[in-house]
Write a protein that binds this ligand. Structure first.
Ligand code: ZN
Length: 71
């Protein structure tokens, strides 16, 4: 009977530890910062602002389109 209690206690202990570890191991749900999308003035494709080539307040998907737009 004692052995059974020990097994149950052990099982509960393992379950609790597993629960704590899984709770700890899971990174907090972090949403990606919203990336501003901009539109290429030359071809109209949408690209993340950080990847865009820009001139003044205009954005372009590539350096090529930037120079095409200027000409
Ligand atoms: Zn473009």
């Amino acid at each position: 009977m004692r052995l059974l209690l020990l097994i149950i206690a052990l099982g509960l202990g393992i379950a609790i530890i597993k629960h704590l570890l899984s709770a700890k191991g899971t990174p907090p749900a972090r949403e990606n910062p919203p990336t501003a999308m901009v539109r290429c003035q030359q071809c109209g494709v949408h690209i993340p602002e950080e990847e865009a080539f820009h001139e003044d307040k205009l954005f372009f998907c590539s350096d090529e389109h930037r120079s095409q737009y200027r000409s």
